[in-house]
Design a protein around this ligand. Structure first.
Ligand code: PMP
Length: 413
């Protein structure tokens, strides 16, 4: 038990009741789910919304005059309105549905990037990025002859902003930055980074995969040109996510994929494209996923994103203190501003062994490079063990984690 006493802004036990998956035992022990950065669990309301679509309203959207098509279109489009409000976007058509953060970033590199980036141009990313905010830019650079520049991080896992300032120059076309690091939990000063990029005449893309589920995100206040997130990390379904983009930029970009729904007229000689957002949404989308995402946004609004952020911060403090007392354990990533992610290594014990022992105790953590190999290289480690929290986690679960880690030590020392 930690000495820290927590400020808890809601009834966690009651909220946990909304998540059927949490009610099970794993290897005979109550499930302790601490892998929320990989994907978050789904409340019953999200599951119900998906079931209702398939059981009652199932039809393709946008094209049908019949009742079921009208219903499914209405519910699907309602999600767009909900996301617009959730992110505080200026317009609903600035919300483009994609498969997830990865596809959102690829959409920008393949459309805006191919049109605007030329040989000798520069793209800036940070040393903390997830592979999905590295590789698409690398591919674009390979194709165009542009150069990738990387903002270094310090030993705590904070970006070195003085070095960032030095990287900006008239050739910088885009600064693409993670809002929150999935590997270390660092919350980047995105508002400042965007301001500096704009000052240099560059655009900005923010990878919000780890931010949107855990803190209030206001795309207008951030002034980001593009912002991407994944539904499944926001307690919604897999297969659906959002790319936000400013209207003028989206209008000036060529389409991403060709097909149904993204067109206005088609002849063999020429095709004209649909308006935003449909220009970027070719083919039948993940309708059930979109509807489930709407239910997830409702759920998060019902809990309250500010309360979620405040409670998760308390969990971070409690967890940090608790695991720090384990001899030989070192937390990797101690940034000044951190989300509720604790990545750590234990002297002489491989993270996969840690993960396996914890699993036998019903505790789900992630081990590996967390799709952020350059971060691991920066710390000269192959992997970490990562516990990542959501608002349904409890201090009792952190105590179980600590007990599990004590057991790991016992086995391996
Ligand atoms: N960026 C970050 C920071 C992430 O944590 C993840 C998922 N781990 C992604 C991007 C990619 O998200 P998805 O796989 O849902 O596209």
């Amino acid at each position: 038990m930690s000495a820290i006493s927590l400020q808890i802004p809601f009834d966690v036990a009651k909220l946990r009741e909304d998540f059927p998956v949490l009610k099970q035992t794993i290897h005979g022990k109550p499930l302790v789910y601490l892998d929320n950065a990989a994907t978050a669990q789904k409340p019953q309301s999200v599951i119900d919304a998906i079931v209702k679509f398939y059981a009652v309203d199932c039809a393709n959207i946008h094209r049908g005059v019949h009742e079921l098509s009208q219903r499914s279109t209405k519910t699907y489009e309602l999600t767009r309105a909900k996301v617009k409000k959730f992110l505080n976007a200026l317009h609903q058509h600035e919300i483009i549905f994609v498969r997830g953060t990865t596809e959102g970033i690829n959409l920008v590199t393949q459309t805006w990037g191919r049109k605007n980036v030329k040989a000798g141009d520069e793209i800036v990313i940070a040393g903390l990025e997830h592979h999905s905010n590295i590789v698409p830019w690398q591919m674009l650079c390979e194709e165009t002859g542009a150069h990738l520049r990387v903002i270094p991080i310090d030993d705590r896992g904070d970006l070195i902003l003085d070095e960032y300032a030095k990287l900006l120059n008239p050739r910088t076309r885009m600064v693409a930055i993670g809002h929150v690091s999935n590997a270390l939990g660092t919350i980047n000063p995105v508002r400042k980074i965007v301001e500096m990029a704009h000052g240099a005449g560059a655009l900005t893309l923010v990878d919000g995969a780890q931010a949107v589920p855990h803190m209030k995100v206001d795309v207008q206040a951030l002034d980001a040109d593009f912002y991407a997130f994944s539904g499944h990390k926001l307690f919604g379904p897999t297969g659906i996510g959002v790319l936000y983009g400013k209207t003028d930029l989206l209008n000036a970009m060529p389409p991403y994929q060709g097909g149904g729904d993204m067109i206005r007229t088609v002849t063999f000689e020429k095709t004209t494209y649909n308006d935003l957002p449909y220009k970027f949404e070719a083919g039948t989308p993940d309708i059930a996923g979109g509807i489930g995402l709407g239910a997830a946004v409702d759920y998060v609004n019902h809990v309250g994103i500010d309360k979620i952020a405040a409670y998760e911060h308390e969990l971070l403090l409690y967890g940090t203190e608790a695991v720090s007392r384990i001899p030989g354990l070192r937390i990797v990533g101690t940034a000044r501003e951190k989300a509720a992610v604790i990545s750590f290594v234990m002297e002489g014990i491989h993270p996969h062994d840690i993960g396996t022992v914890l699993d036998r105790m019903g505790i789900a953590v992630r081990t590996g490079h967390h799709c952020a190999q350059p971060v691991m290289d920066r710390y000269r480690i192959p992997a970490t063990t990562r516990a990542s929290f959501a608002f349904y986690n409890t201090t009792a679960e952190i105590d179980s984690l600590v007990a599990g880690l004590d057991k790991v030590k016992e086995i391996f020392s």
